[in-house]
Design a protein around this ligand. Structure first.
Ligand code: UDP
Ligand code: MG
Length: 323
């Protein structure tokens, strides 16, 4: 017999988090047990290469509410969240990072806000980012500014992936046909009634960041290409600008030629070639980002593959709610 669906699923994407894992469980368990509702702690192991998988498996033995879903390979933070959303059974689903930067105590506030104000989404908004490095804060500010412009004003500034959503939202997200979804943009875009809870973001409790520069850039590119075709039009505007400028150049060059004051134009040639070359490459690259997105979605490959789910391992007969 399968347990009834829990009231709360806490989804935790984890990639190589052996250093922080014991601390995370130590802080999480009393807190979740103390909420007084049924829950599952759903850890999505995003293809960790260290001892995370072994530690998780070990922990499931004396914590029945802990559920481990292991992806076959590292698929990225957003894909791990997608896997969590697919598999979560709770009426409410909270996503939280494993590194204790998001204080788990706030989960109780999320639940209270969702119930009292009868909303489907509660965003955790960082009221203080002083624990992040200056570079991280600057790039984050640029990212959120850009996203507010692209998606519209409804994006809560400085809300990351620490949030609570209701079953209605989970089903709506799972029903979206698109791949490469960026949760922090897609959820506000859906437009369900929402509330915010402010919290102070702590320092990473142990281990190092799992977001490499290339993963951060990937997130930024996915964010932009999922919501706006504006970069494609940049090529048109640059082309128009270049075209009108070259008109002036042609007239100028002709006048100089006719007045017999022409000089060997090496510098201007090199400059023109390199500037135009750079602009063309930039535009091609932007075009490439969209083509790549189209290409990937036309392949229709799954974004992640689940290798193991501890819930199925426990001999549950009924299939777990999933794609
Ligand atoms: N993470 C993941 N897959 C990845 C990269 C990160 O599941 O490919 C997880 C990571 O284990 C953590 C969360 O995503 O729980 C946020 O990552 P991290 O704290 O390293 O990012 P930062 O806070 O430095 O932006
Ligand atoms: Mg972190």
């Amino acid at each position: 017999m399968r347990d009834p669906d829990p009231e709360l699923s806490v989804v935790v994407p984890m990639y190589d988090e052996e250093d922080v894992l014991p601390m995370f469980f130590e802080r999480m368990r009393p807190l979740l047990d103390g909420l007084g509702i049924s829950y599952e702690l759903l850890v999505v192991d995003d293809g960790s290469r260290d001892t995370t998988a072994a530690l998780l498996l070990d922990a499931t033995k004396d914590w029945p509410r802990l559920r481990v879903v292991r992806l076959l390979r590292n698929s990225g933070h957003q894909a791990a969240q997608s896997a969590g959303f697919r598999r979560a059974r709770g009426e409410y689903v909270v996503t939280i990072d494993a590194d204790l930067q998001d204080p788990p105590e706030v989960i109780a506030e999320f639940l209270a806000a969702a119930r009292e104000r009868d909303v489907d989404v509660v965003y955790g908004v960082r009221s203080d980012r002083s624990s992040d490095s200056r570079a991280k804060r600057t790039t984050a500010r640029m990212y959120y500014r850009l996203m507010c412009r692209l998606v519209g004003k409804q994006i809560p500034f400085d809300a990351g992936d620490f949030r609570l959503v209701s079953r209605r939202v989970v089903d709506a997200v799972n029903a979206l046909p698109e791949d490469g979804r960026v949760f922090r943009l897609v959820i506000p875009w859906l437009g369900f009634p929402s509330a915010e809870v402010r919290y102070v973001r702590a320092e990473r409790a142990a281990g190092t960041t799992k977001y490499s520069v290339s993963k951060m850039l990937r997130l930024a590119f996915d964010s932009v290409t999922a919501f706006s075709a504006a970069p494609l039009r940049l090529a048109t505007w640059l082309g128009l600008l270049g075209g009108s400028m070259s008109g002036v150049f042609v007239v100028g060059a002709l006048i100089i030629k006719l007045t017999g004051r022409s000089i060997p134009g090496w510098t201007s040639t090199v400059l023109a070639v390199s500037i135009i070359g750079a602009i063309q490459l930039l535009c091609l690259g932007l075009l490439g980002e969209y083509v790549a997105r189209l290409f990937q979605s036309s392949q229709r490959r799954p974004q992640f593959l689940v290798g193991y789910d501890s819930l199925e391992d426990q001999g549950h007969q009924e299939p777990v709610r999933q794609r």
